[in-house]
Design a protein around this ligand. Structure first.
Ligand code: TMP
Length: 392
């Protein structure tokens, strides 16, 4: 499945960078053996995770609450105390570990992007600016000992050499320790036609079937699963060394469900491809028609996902005047690729007139629409790009 030429999704640009962009051919594929849905060619990791990494997890209050809840659950379930050791892989600005650090529990956050690591450090979180793999795991083990809990949220889909990560987890985790991962779900991506989940940083979209296959190779198994609606639908996997935990009925029934809906068959993805090509045509066509009628169109939220929508659907600054976002690292910059739409502080949204607003951060719909209630009252219309094009 080809998406054409794509820039790095999170590489929001200054004006003088317009002509210095890196493009790659974005193609997705599915493996019949390990059931993994993934990109075929992936740009070098340093191109994506560096000192300019734009995504700051703490921009959403819903996400802050979500990770706070997870920390409480882990502390209780694993009976963590000040002698315990928690490692997070992909710790970003410390949104999760802040809650662990507050309880004076030993911890270490590992993140490949220097800027977000510095933010976490400034919040008092022990952080290591590095890529996590078997080498890093051995170093951590030597310095701090093995971990009681390893957490990795919205990160397992980011790392090309995922086998080295899982080997590293296996090396670092205590025999009775637990690993918790949480990532966008393939089942939900298909259900919601959320093709914007696919971009270089999201090189794998995991399912229970593909995750199980991966961890089994290293003597581990998924013993429980929870699904939630965040980031467009995520699955949280609870993993332990083989035969250490009882496999929950949720795992067994989700395995059966994944087979029933064809997550193990190439034909399922061919149908998905057809649906998203139709969606692309519809979005471009409605925006072009509105523009011809001199309507003012803006966007709300410049997630990495918007880079896929804008570039796949060939939408640029001629159709969308500006996009509002609350992330300090994005404000004042432009969306990457050929779209080149200015990003403005979402505080200005209330005072800026527009007729239509494309909600690129559709996964935060509840939070954003309740924050911006005035827009509908002033007859502004929201355009929701997935699962079906909807104007509300
Ligand atoms: P995400 O879907 O990857 O979490 O990205 C959501 C984007 O939307 C991110 O750039 C921040 C932005 N955003 C706002 O501008 N205002 C908000 O209220 C929320 C929740 C997100």
């Amino acid at each position: 499945m080809s998406f054409g030429k794509m820039p790095i999704a999170n590489s929001f640009l200054k004006k003088n960078q317009f002509n210095k962009q890196y493009f790659y051919n974005m193609e997705a594929g599915f493996c019949n053996t390990c059931f993994t849905f993934q990109l075929i060619k992936i740009p070098k990791a340093k191109m994506m995770f560096n000192n300019n990494y734009a995504y700051l997890a703490s921009t959403s209050s819903v996400m802050k609450k979500h990770w706070n809840k997870l920390s409480k659950k882990i502390i209780k379930k694993s009976k963590l105390n000040t002698k315990s050791f928690v490692v997070e892989i992909g710790s970003n600005d410390g949104i999760f570990l802040k809650n662990i650090a507050k309880k004076k529990i030993n911890h270490l956050g590992v993140d490949a992007s220097k800027n977000v690591c510095e933010i976490a450090k400034s919040k008092g979180i022990n952080s290591l600016n590095d890529f996590f793999n078997i080498k890093t795991a051995k170093k951590i083990k030597l310095k701090y000992g093995q971990a009681d809990v390893i957490v990795s949220t919205n990160t397992m889909h980011h790392i090309e050499n995922i086998n080295s990560v899982v080997k590293g987890m296996c090396e670092l985790i205590k025999d009775d320790g637990i690993i918790i991962t949480e990532d966008p779900s393939l089942k939900e991506m298909l259900k919601k036609n959320a093709y914007d989940q696919i971009y270089a940083e999201h090189m794998y979209i995991w399912s229970l079937s593909s995750m199980s296959y991966l961890f089994k190779k290293y003597g581990m198994e998924i013993y429980d699963i929870e699904n939630n609606n965040l980031h467009g639908g995520c699955s949280r996997y609870f993993i332990a060394k083989r035969n250490k935990k009882k496999i929950s009925s949720r795992v067994i029934s989700q395995m059966k469900l994944e087979k029933r809906i064809g997550l193990n068959k190439l034909s399922t993805f061919k149908k998905f491809q057809k649906r998203i090509v139709t969606l692309r045509g519809e979005l471009k066509s409605i925006l072009s028609k509105l523009k011809k009628r001199n309507k003012i169109i803006v966007g709300y939220g410049a997630p990495a996902k918007s880079t896929t929508i804008l570039n796949f659907c060939d939408i640029n600054f001629k159709l969308i005047d500006k996009i509002f976002d609350n992330t300090p690292t994005k404000i004042g910059k432009f969306t990457p690729g050929k779209s080149l739409i200015k990003i403005e502080d979402s505080k200005k949204f209330k005072k800026t007139f527009s007729d239509y607003c494309v909600l690129f951060a559709w996964n935060h719909k509840k939070e954003i629409l309740s924050k911006e209630k005035h827009y509908s009252k002033q007859h502004g219309k929201w355009i929701i790009p997935v699962p079906k094009l909807k104007i509300v």
